[in-house]
Design a binder for this molecule. Structure first.
Ligand SMILES: *Cc1c(COP(=O)(O)O)cnc(C)c1O
Length: 498
């Protein structure tokens, strides 16, 4: 399997190159030149497999330059049962009728990012051995909260890697912040920046592509790579759980193999839902991809109008991991739906960086609309949904998942399309305890201590508190630096001691 770039489709690289490098030289994103096809027989054969074997079945089609032994090493290490709080790794839970929740937060940092970021360090180190001859890989991460912690946890103490994480100083939940600032490991550093996630992401992207900085690193035998979902190695593990959820539904007798399902994804950077799109293109019977946004509803507007316009107010919401106005992975979708038109992608991305907006043709808009439905939930909708899901079905969901549940219920109301559906649940409710607790019972909205809130939420709902979050209570804060976005590159040098 060869990969090319969304901005130059003459480029050909192997999976290992795409993963080690992170982003293509001219700033484009790596995409597979063609997609493997899974027919119903193949999907059927995956039903009786556990998650690890389902993962191997999907991944080996994409990582054709990895040997079987290498793939086994990566997948067995990443999804070792003791790292996850569910035997099934990513269980599919029926909440009500055709509403099924795919719980993607049973990993060590309690957010869906673990599904990819437990695997990425393995893929990256194997890839680097093949392509980067002994260089130390420096992972730079811009995070809206969950990626940072999941990447730190995945890469901590991994040989020949260093990881630096930047997060918006006021843009993450207290639990997310504590998870990052207490991170252990000898090769890790964390720094807050004054600005929002988009500022952090743009700065990281420009550091990546800055030739002077790259040259400095090269002198020290280091190279940058990315653990953000611009890295193909982040996306490919996410394709797996759509196949796995489908197999679970067949196994549970909720559908027959071959039946169509809908998929609903709480979306920020468009990585997770893009993985579902790839699964659909590979033959998984998905009818509609429902893209759920919070009040930062730039994607809802794009899907409905064909115009992407980030020139709008930025809202800091209770679902911070979706507080994003530049959804990087949309570039990959544009490339695919435009018939692999790299020239068009270049134009659109140039327009996005110059004017903060672009508009696609009516034809392109319609082909996107045929695949996707876009909707958003405001803060009130999120709180009402958390309360309702808990009161009606005894199911406790976090703020991000609530965005998806709300958008899904609006979708069913307006279309009548209520076929069996998988809704991604992307975080444990305990990562956002204060919001979740006050949604369930407003009497407790004045508790401010994070761990008191956790205990109260547990008392009120009976939902288990994940062990890794409990353990934070006694951990020491190691990282308290704050810098401006202009000073990020200096910070990188200082954190790397160069
Ligand atoms: C990252 C994240 C999202 C958004 O996922 P994308 O792949 O960026 O669209 C949603 N919910 C949670 C909890 C997340 O951490």
């Amino acid at each position: 399997m060869q990969y090319t770039s969304t901005r130059n489709n003459k480029i050909r690289v192997s999976a290992a190159q795409a993963i080690a490098q992170g982003i293509s030289e001219e700033g484009g994103l790596f995409v597979p030149c063609e997609l493997p096809v899974f027919d119903l027989n193949k999907i059927n054969s995956m039903i009786e497999m556990d998650y690890i074997n389902r993962a191997k079945t999907v991944l080996k089609e994409f990582l054709t330059d990895f040997s079987e032994a290498e793939l086994d090493y990566c997948v067995n290490g990443a999804y070792a049962k003791e790292k996850f709080s569910s035997e099934k790794i990513a269980p599919t839970v029926n909440v009500n009728k055709n509403e099924n929740i795919l719980e993607l937060w049973h990993g060590p940092t309690c957010a869906f990012k673990d599904m990819a970021l437990q695997l990425l360090p393995y893929l990256m180190t194997v890839s680097a051995k093949k392509t980067a001859d002994g260089k130390t890989i420096v992972i730079l991460v811009a995070t809206s909260g969950d990626t940072g912690k999941a990447a730190l946890e995945g890469f901590k103490n991994v040989e020949n890697t260093k990881i630096l994480v930047f997060y918006p100083v006021d843009g993450v939940s207290p639990m997310q912040k504590l998870q990052m600032t207490t991170q252990d490991g000898d090769n890790v550093a964390v720094c807050a920046i004054r600005g929002n996630f988009d500022d952090a992401q743009s700065a990281v992207k420009s550091i990546f592509t800055n030739d002077d900085i790259k040259a400095e690193l090269a002198k020290k035998n280091m190279m940058f790579s990315s653990a953000n979902s611009i890295n193909w190695g982040r996306l490919v593990p996410q394709i797996v759980y759509y196949f796995s959820a489908y197999c679970d539904l067949v196994e549970q007798g909720r559908i027959e193999c071959g039946d169509e399902i809908n998929v609903v994804v709480p979306t920020g950077n468009f990585g997770n839902i893009l993985a579902a799109y790839y699964a659909k293109r590979m033959g998984l019977p998905i009818k509609k991809l429902v893209c759920a946004s919070n009040s930062n509803n730039v994607l809802t507007d794009f899907i409905n109008s064909g115009e992407y316009d980030k020139n709008r107010s930025f809202f800091t919401t209770t679902s911070p991991s979706m507080d994003i106005l530049i959804s990087s992975n949309l570039e990959r979708l544009l490339y695919h739906v435009s018939g692999e038109n790299a020239e068009l992608v270049n134009e659109l991305m140039a327009s996005l960086s110059m004017d903060g907006k672009y508009k696609v043709s009516a034809e392109l808009r319609d082909s996107i609309k045929a695949l996707f439905s876009g909707g958003f939930a405001d803060e009130n909708g999120v709180f009402e949904t958390i309360k309702q899901q808990f009161n009606d079905f005894g199911y406790l969901c976090d703020t991000h998942t609530a965005v998806a549940v709300k958008v899904y219920s609006d979708y069913v109301k307006s279309t009548g399309d209520d076929i069996p559906t998988v809704i991604d649940s992307t975080a444990s409710p305990y990562k956002f305890s204060k919001s979740v607790l006050s949604a369930v019972n407003s009497d407790f909205s004045d508790i401010n201590d994070e761990f008191e809130t956790v205990e109260k939420l547990n008392e009120v709902t009976g939902a288990d508190v994940p062990e890794p979050l409990k353990a934070l209570k006694n951990k020491e804060v190691r990282f308290s630096d704050v810098c401006s976005k202009e000073n990020m590159s200096e910070m990188v040098f200082s954190l790397l001691n160069i």
